[in-house]
Design a protein around this ligand. Structure first.
Ligand SMILES: O=C(O)C(=O)Cc1ccccc1
Length: 354
């Protein structure tokens, strides 16, 4: 660093280097919006868009990012398998990544594309998408709009092609690239390059990529909410950062409102009641479950790894760490470890919906 730099500049350089936050991009994805809503603003954090959910895990494990934000579950369409897969870490690539916060985002989807050339200005709802031949989006967004798409784009012998891509903002980017009017440059038949592509994405993505709104609020349920996890590297050493200690979460994700904890475990598939025995630990200790998921364990076909999330934490100083509630959680974790073949603590964080 140049010797003329003031100590304030040096501090701010160090902060920038230490405060990288990776998220599923490109910018204007729902994950980007959740990241900002969680308090990771561009003034204080270096926001790094990555292409796939699993890349967020890689950025956090490597220490290139102090935190990562990934979608975990949606109230309409359920769990995001790629996120579970990162947490399951069945190839031991992300052994130090854990969940340290959650963020909720209300999700309202838009059909974004190019107005039909004969529609004049202001074409949106009501006949404004007859020219659409293909839609790009993230599988979650397709799952949250399945009825709307069936009724509006896949009925009466019409079958718009639905193409899954890595995020809704990537979908908007692809639709924006398809920006020639039908017939231009000899283009015929509505193939890519004829402005007949659309995206299901956010209003913000539409504005950013210069797309027209063809329909708004097309989610099947008005109460459509996605929950995102903030990932960190536990025993966070901030490699690549300032070496100056651990980056702190934004104030709005901290606090002392009560906590949640996530664990994963496998049990013998040959012992009747093995899963019930583990779940009974939570019942006996009155620990309320908030989600249960499973993924193939990849040990042998049709064997499963289970995820249980529950209210409580044994790791929050000044909160539940040393009190009876914290000891109850600690005891539960020890019992689960004894009953399960393998078990792993995957994080504890402040409950944002208590
Ligand atoms: O694709 C995105 O924009 C994401 O961030 C994943 C997603 C997709 C749909 C709803 C919520 C999150």
């Amino acid at each position: 660093m140049a010797s003329s730099s003031s100590s304030t500049e040096q501090q701010s350089d160090r902060r920038t280097a230490a405060a990288a936050v990776a998220f599923l991009g490109p910018i204007t994805s729902y994950t980007h919006q959740a990241t900002r809503n969680g308090g990771f603003d561009e003034q204080n954090w270096a926001l790094i868009p990555v292409t796939n959910i699993i890349d967020v895990f890689g950025e956090v494990q490597s220490g290139r990012a102090c935190f990562g934000v990934v979608p975990f579950e949606n109230s309409t369409h359920g769990t995001v398998t790629q996120c579970l897969s990162g947490l399951a870490d069945r190839s031991s690539r992300y052994p130090d990544v854990s969940v340290c916060a959650e963020i909720y985002l209300d999700v309202h989807h838009y059909l974004l594309g190019h107005k039909a050339s004969n529609s004049g200005s202001g074409a949106d709802e009501g006949g404004g998408f007859g020219h659409v031949k293909r839609i790009y989006s993230h599988p979650q967004a397709f799952g949250q709009t399945v009825n709307w798409v069936a009724e509006n784009l896949r009925s009466g012998g019409r079958a718009v092609e639905c193409i899954e891509v890595s995020s809704t903002s990537r979908a908007a980017e692809l639709a924006a690239l398809d920006n020639r009017r039908s017939g231009e440059d000899g283009e015929e038949g509505g193939g890519p390059g004829s402005s007949s592509s659309a995206a299901i994405a956010s209003q913000m993505a539409g504005e950013h990529f210069g797309l027209d709104v063809l329909a708004r609020n097309i989610e099947d349920r008005a109460d459509n909410v996605t929950r995102f996890f903030v990932l960190e590297r536990h025993n966070n050493k901030n490699e690549g950062g300032d070496g100056n200690g651990k980056a702190q979460l934004p104030e709005k994700l901290a606090g002392r409102k009560g906590h949640k904890t996530l664990v994963s475990f496998t049990v013998s598939h040959r012992k009747p009641g093995a899963l019930a025995d583990v779940l009974d630990v939570f019942r006996r200790r009155q620990l309320n479950l908030t989600s249960i998921n499973s993924l193939p364990s990849l040990v042998e076909p049709f064997n499963y790894l289970f995820f249980v999330e529950f209210e409580g934490s044994s790791r929050h100083e000044g909160g539940e760490k040393d009190d009876a509630a914290g000891k109850n959680v600690e005891g539960a974790m020890q019992e689960v470890a004894k009953l399960a073949e393998r078990s792993r603590w995957l994080g504890s964080w402040v409950n944002q919906r208590s």
